[in-house]
Design a protein around this ligand. Structure first.
Ligand code: GLN
Length: 188
């Protein structure tokens, strides 16, 4: 059985757990370096990237997590998680800096500008998937091996690069398991 970690420092941890529980996998909440041992992949949830970035340092997770991802650990960042993975953040210092993308934080405005829509992501599912954007980033630049999976109004909102997946939106806030299943079954 695959053992999937969820970075559990802040943010939508419970929501991701609820989704993974519906798939056939073991779940490990990652709060300290020892929790990284034995996981087959990790989800970086939505939340507040600045806070999660600080907590990664405080919990001594920053270096071991970055190293594991660079060595091929499958990772999926949702929203704030996407920001943590990016090598560039507009007007700010990057965090884990592992993915060849540049992101713009809060690119759609404030909480009041949150929205949801439905789109098909061909790589992931034949059906349209509900996409929930909450103070979401988008990808404003892409390079290297990073490949866009979905653009919305000319902005990239889902991207994949080798063992790394990043989405601007929150599949864990919907009932659609497609992306969790894709991550657990196709990337791990
Ligand atoms: N706006 C948040 C940030 O910049 C991300 C929001 C989210 O994860 N829903 O970190």
């Amino acid at each position: 059985m695959k053992n999937i970690g969820i970075l559990a420092l802040q943010g939508s941890v419970e929501e991701h757990r609820r989704m993974l529980e519906k798939l056939d996998c073991r779940i490990t909440e990652v709060k300290k370096p020892a929790d990284l041992a034995g996981i087959d992949g990790i989800i970086l949830p939505g939340g507040e990237s600045t806070t999660i970035g600080k907590l990664l340092n405080r919990c001594s997770l920053f270096a071991p997590l970055k190293e594991k991802i660079e060595n091929g650990l499958p990772v999926w960042g949702t929203c704030a998680g996407m920001i943590l993975l990016a090598k560039e953040i507009e007007d700010e210092q990057p965090h884990l800096a592992v993915m060849d993308i540049k992101v713009k934080r809060n690119a759609y405005g404030s909480q009041l500008d949150s929205f949801s829509t439905k789109e098909k992501i061909c790589e992931i599912s034949k059906q349209p998937i509900e996409l929930v954007f909450i103070r979401a980033p988008y990808v404003s630049g892409i390079s290297g091996a990073a490949k866009s999976l979905l653009t919305l109004n000319n902005h990239i909102v889902a991207v994949k690069e080798k063992n790394m997946l990043a989405t601007s939106f929150h599949p864990e806030l919907t009932d659609d398991l497609s992306i969790h299943r894709y991550f657990a079954e196709k990337m791990i």
